[in-house]
Design a protein around this ligand. Structure first.
Ligand SMILES: Cc1cc2nc3c(=O)[nH]c(=O)nc-3n(C[C@H](O)[C@H](O)[C@H](O)COP(=O)(O)OP(=O)(O)OC[C@H]3O[C@@H](n4cnc5c(N)ncnc54)[C@H](O)[C@@H]3O)c2cc1C
Ligand SMILES: NC(=O)c1ccc[n+]([C@@H]2O[C@H](COP(=O)([O-])OP(=O)(O)OC[C@H]3O[C@@H](n4cnc5c(N)ncnc54)[C@H](O)[C@@H]3O)[C@@H](O)[C@H]2O)c1
Length: 479
């Protein structure tokens, strides 16, 4: 067994771990970044990037198939599944390659390959070949798909995001389990690429949507495009000669249907369970998760920090990077530990229409404002720019506090949500109130005019000015 002694050990070379390593390596050479599988990160290899590449192909197919709305006849759209998947893999590899290269350019003494486990609060055993003694430790081990036992009945036809993007060709049919973020993004994309898809859910949840009106609107919209059962009762999942047979009932109606594959998108599990974390000497909650401070990322009063998806809090790429920076800075400066900057919550789901959420959710706003808040709303169905480009579906709901007029949060299902969510998140970051947001410039005709309509509606409901539709001589048509 090799022995190493370092100031800081970072476990996991994903986004959070690499950022933590970078921060630590600025102040000490006695640092090691440990990776148990392969370099390249979840985001680039099997997450954000390949999923968006598949969605890009699907969106193109969908736009072509619906061009007749504009009097443009594309003359039949043909989808070459092999070429679709080839581009996904090639472009994915282009994103992965520089990440791997930057890892390989690190000093050899700073890199260690092997699965890490805690022997005690300061000692790790890595891949049964090296024992690392570290004064401080950052756990950045990410997460992996959580697969309910029943779905394992699909045997060799069970896929998750880790292997779907390696398909050589598109299959004819896929049963998608989990109408969460991954299931909706990939399910809709596969459907638009000509794959027969049915999405099975449990308990009625949809994406990460928290606002009931947005959820209902989104559900009806997705259902008009592909079968989606958010509350299906699945009694059996069975591998047969023909593929995967699923027996299920919806509203008492029994059905059996066979698919080529079953995609499990049923949530993700933090990679804590294989760390022998019980040896680390830190407090664990009743699910065995480290108890930590979300501002310092420190576990109790210890020398151990967490960062990224492993802490199961805001499992998104930009948050993993922020957490890596905070945890890395604190591991570097320990025992001096500072609260880091946590940004306004922001999430975007790349369905069509997109789903976005910023700031506090409706329930959180109600708690924070003790019930003294109002909700402004706009439908994009008659919004000028959205109609012009044929993307006039969706709803934006904006939340503001009575008295102060402070803008608290928003949820959206609609066109250009990825961009609008940024404007709204930046407004919250600047602590703007609704009147200040309305004083910002709005061009014509743009989708952002819909945001202004929602804000005016909110302003009126907060009794702070005219509502939507009143006193807007300067507004153009369809705003
Ligand atoms: C399909 C999909 C699509 C996504 N799309 C988006 C998106 O569009 N936008 C967005 O913001 N987020 C998206 N995400 C989420 C985003 O990818 C993650 O939040 C982010 O990649 C997490 O980074 P991380 O560093 O915490 O984990 P990872 O990048 O997973 O890194 C963890 C590393 O730790 C290693 N490891 C684990 N255990 C050990 C051990 N015991 N010893 C040594 N090494 C270990 C792993 O091998 C891995 O390399 C998506 C995720 C998925 C799955
Ligand atoms: N655009 C993005 O930012 C993006 C994209 C993909 C993933 N992500 C990240 O990855 C995380 C994980 O995504 P996810 O979609 O796996 O998780 P999720 O929590 O969003 O969704 C899981 C879904 O599976 C359902 N489910 C659970 N067990 C089930 C069962 N037995 N049968 C049917 N349905 C079942 C849940 O009710 C839920 O709707 C997200 O929370 C997000 O942070 C982000």
């Amino acid at each position: 067994m090799n022995k190493r002694e370092v100031d800081v050990a970072v476990i996991g070379a994903g986004t959070a771990g690499m950022v933590a390593y970078r921060q630590v390596s600025r102040v000490t050479d006695r640092v090691v970044l440990i990776e148990g599988n392969q370099y390249g990160t979840t985001c680039a290899r099997v997450g954000c990037m390949p999923s968006k590449l598949l969605i890009a192909a699907a969106d193109r197919a969908h736009e072509m198939a619906h061009a007749e709305l504009f009097g443009v006849a594309p003359g039949g759209v043909s989808i070459d599944g092999r070429r679709v998947m080839e581009r996904v893999r090639n472009e994915r590899d282009r994103f992965v390659e520089p990440v791997v290269r930057s890892m390989q350019s690190l000093p050899e003494a700073h890199r260690l390959m092997g699965h890490a486990r805690f022997l005690d609060a300061h000692r790790l055993v890595v891949g049964d070949h090296t024992e690392v003694t570290a004064e401080r430790i950052v756990i950045a081990t990410g997460s992996r798909p959580a697969i309910p036992g029943q779905l394992k009945g699909a045997k060799d036809r069970l896929v998750v995001n880790d292997n779907l993007f390696d398909w050589e060709d598109l299959p004819d049919s896929v049963a998608v389990f989990g109408p969460g973020v991954i299931g909706l993004e990939l399910g809709q994309a596969l459907s638009r690429l000509g794959v027969r898809v049915r999405v099975f859910g449990r308990g009625g949840s949809l994406g990460s949507i928290q606002d009931g009106r947005i959820r209902d609107y989104a559900l009806a919209t997705f259902r008009s495009e592909f079968p989606l059962e958010p509350g299906a009762e699945v009694s059996e999942v069975r591998r047969t000669d023909d593929g995967v047979e699923i027996a299920y009932s919806v509203d008492g109606r029994q059905a059996r249907e066979t698919f080529d594959y079953l995609l499990a998108a049923t949530g993700r599990r933090p990679n804590v369970d294989q760390l022998d974390i019980q040896n680390a000497g830190i407090d664990l909650d009743d699910r065995g998760m480290p108890v930590f401070d979300p501002y310092t990322l420190r576990c109790g009063e210890s020398h151990i920090f967490v960062a990224g998806d492993v802490d199961n809090d805001r499992p998104l790429l930009h948050e993993a990077a922020d957490e890596g920076r905070i945890a890395g800075d604190n591991a570097a400066s320990w025992p001096e530990v500072k609260a880091g900057l946590r940004k306004t919550p922001l999430s975007v789901v790349f369905t069509d229409p997109q789903i976005a959420r910023v700031g506090l959710t409706l329930d959180q706003v109600s708690d924070a404002c003790k019930g003294c808040f109002a909700v402004g709303e706009v439908s994009f169905e008659n919004q000028g720019r959205s109609r012009v480009i044929g993307r006039n579906r969706g709803l934006l709901r904006v939340y503001g506090e009575h008295g102060s007029g402070r803008f608290m949060g928003a949820e959206m299902f609609g066109p250009a949500a990825e961009h609008i969510a940024h404007l709204l998140a930046w407004s919250i970051e600047q602590r703007m109130n609704v009147a200040e947001m309305l004083a910002m410039p709005f061009y014509h005709p743009v989708i952002e005019e819909g945001v202004r309509t929602a804000l005016k509606d909110l302003n009126g409901k907060l009794n702070m000015g005219p509502g939507a539709g009143e006193d807007c001589m300067e507004c153009g048509p369809g705003t």
